[in-house]
Structures are given as structure tokens and as C-alpha cells.
Design a protein around this ligand. Sequence first.
Ligand code: XBP
Ligand code: MG
Length: 234
Amino acid sequence: MIRALIFDVDGTLAETEEGHRRAFNAAFAEAGLDWAWDVELYRELYRVSGGKERMRRYADMRGVSANELSDADMAELHVRKNAHYAELVRAGQCPLRPGVERLIRASHAGLLRLAISTTTSRVNVVALIEATLRPDGLALFEAVVSGEDVPAKKPSPDAYLRVLEALALRPDECLAFEDSRNGLLAATAAGLATIVTPSLYTCHETFDGAAMVLPDLSDFEPTVDGFASQQVPA
Ligand code: XBP
Ligand code: MG
């Protein structure tokens, strides 16, 4: 019996990565760095989960050492980047994907429990949910596990295991929603059946092991013992 739905954030609730990419670039320019991430480069960097980790990978690619750009510098850049991201989100630049609000509200009204498992930072989760799921937003979710809450980011299952622990449910009592291969690997490693809706930065990935791959959640229905959708799988 399905008792809870667990959602990834970036790419799954909303197409956020263009917002993150633009916010990174704004923070780089503000800091006087000659770094500019275009779509092609960001697609490559996106394989690294986590904004700080992604910046460190790029610094390595450019041969910029940790002496030149310390972890504290990275953390400061990331705070600025997240501030730019919050501004974009508040300006309506990252609306929810089709079917997401309907599914969340119908499930909540139908007494399914809801949770979030993400590798993004908590401030970004809060900014997105407050801007898009008004007025109750975060109160709809019983557990929110974000990047800083776990030792390892996706594809590690840590964020999903932490959610299951918080909900005190078994994996077969929950469904996970993801948009990326790293997210799918994390959810399946935690034992969860996973619905994948590929997004802008993940549509070229492969999703072996997904319970279902759909273009979006516009007609997705959780049922007592599973789920249904009339859409042609992606
Ligand atoms: C996606 C990510 C994040 C975002 C940027 O996380 O990998 O790193 O790209 O956010 P998910 P931060 O799909 O699990 O939500 O800069 O806060 O890391
Ligand atoms: Mg995602």
C-alpha cells in the first residue's frame, strides 16, 4: 500500500537548472571571476551533484588550486549564487512542471504523506516552494531532507534513507519522483519504485530500473497499490 510520495526538487518539481546556471554566472561576475557557464558546459558539469562540488570541479578543470580559491571562497560564492537563484525564483522564472501542483494537492487532500529528498541546498528548496506552492508551501511536506543534511549527495541513497527514517515507512510504502539518472540511482538504491520525468538537463540520460518514465506528471495518479498514467512513456 502506497502511503507517501517523495519528491526530488531540481528538474522534478520545476525546471530549475537554467535558474541555477544563470545564478552561478551572476555570482561569478560579481566576484570578478572570468567564469561563464553556457548550456553545453553546464550539461557536462551537471553530472556533479551539488553546487559547491560543481564549482570545485570547474576550478580543477581550469587548473585553479584550492590555495587560489579556498573552500571558504567557494562557500561565499555559493551563498551569493543562492541569493541570485532566490531572486529568479521569486520573479517566477522557475514555475512548477505540469501536473506537479495537482498531484501534490490531490495527494495531500487524499491523506498521502509527502516528503522531499534533494541534493540542493535547503535555502533553495525553501525559496522554490514558497514561491510556487502558495500559501501553505512547506507545510505540505512532512519531511524535507536537503544536501546539507546527509553525508553523501545523490547518487548516494542517503537523502532517501533519511526521508524513510523520518516518515518511519518502508520503501515499498512510498513512491519516488526524479528527473535524473543520479536521482534514480539514489532512490532505487534506497529500495524505492521511482517515476522519472526527464528534464532539460537530463533528457539525454538513460533510466534503466525506473518504474515508469513519463514526459510529465500531468495525469499521473497514485493508486492504493501503485500508480497509473495514460501518457505514452517517454
Ligand atoms: C540538483 C543539484 C543541485 C542544483 C544546484 O539537486 O545537483 O546541485 O543543481 O543546487 P536535486 P545547489 O535534483 O537533487 O534537487 O547549488 O544548492 O547545490
Ligand atoms: Mg533533480
